[in-house]
Design a protein around this ligand. Sequence first.
Ligand SMILES: [Mn+2]
Length: 324
Amino acid sequence: MQDSLTAIAERFKELDNILIFPHINMDGDAIGSASALCLALRQMGKNAYVFVCENTPDNLDFLEMNCVTDDASVIEEPGATIMVDCNGYDRIRGREEIFCKGAVKGCIDHHAVGSSDIEYDFYHCESDSAATGEIIYLLLKEMGTEITLDIANCIFASITTDTGNFQHSNTSRRSHMIVADLYDIEGFDSKYVSALIYDRKSKAEFKLETIVLSGLEFYAGGKVAVGLVSQELLATTGCRLSHADAIIQRVMSIKGVEVGAVIKQNPDGVFKASLRAKSYANVAAVAAVFGGGGHIKAAGCTLGKELIEKKIALVEELTKAVNE
Ligand SMILES: [Mn+2]
């Protein structure tokens, strides 16, 4: 059951003391969408924060917009708790209890697959939307929000990151139309925002990327590429896990690769895989085999602590996916 953006905009008028929850391992869409919504709510005179329990990735720090906090006491009794760019407790781990405290619970997302373990008071999910930022932009229009430069920067960051810089197949006419609108905002400079996101890589990150890419394993005649980011490698290069997020995009730029996987080890030893497909394969189906989910061309799953057997199984599934 979906609620229209008009209905949600109407709903927000009556709400106050609002906590916004982006997903764990924040990406540009998660924090960009969350901050844009937070700024819009503050513009309406509401008390609103983006509530997280992790550090913002360095290259996305400018998207915090004085909205992001890891201190739940900023709002003791939330009038509303809103999930953005995610829809289940597994994506807001460590913050579930605070989310439950919301007198009203909402969700604005674009992930088709997810755990439906929450009874939302309002819910809006467009699985064909390239970014949650697009939906937030349209919601803000319904809310009568003035699109300030800060909000424009958040929306642009959401869309450019989730479309892989307008290269992924999810990029639509609407993605470009919304970005085109942003150019009407005084001071908006897409190149400036892009440089903040993409051109601030540290030497350590560059080293990490180089090592992972040179160690790629290829299967299925080069159609499947698998990379590994272990905690040991992160320690030797001086990187954090979030520094490995962009590697998958580099993997997908290799000629002949249809499916890419970057397996990343969490500090607790658990391995997770980010999966991408270039043109025809369905990696959401592969992720589902391992209890994960996502989009057809971008998905993820958890492989557990014992990697060897799971990796063999993953390569088997990825090979099936490219040969189908
Ligand atoms: Mn997203």
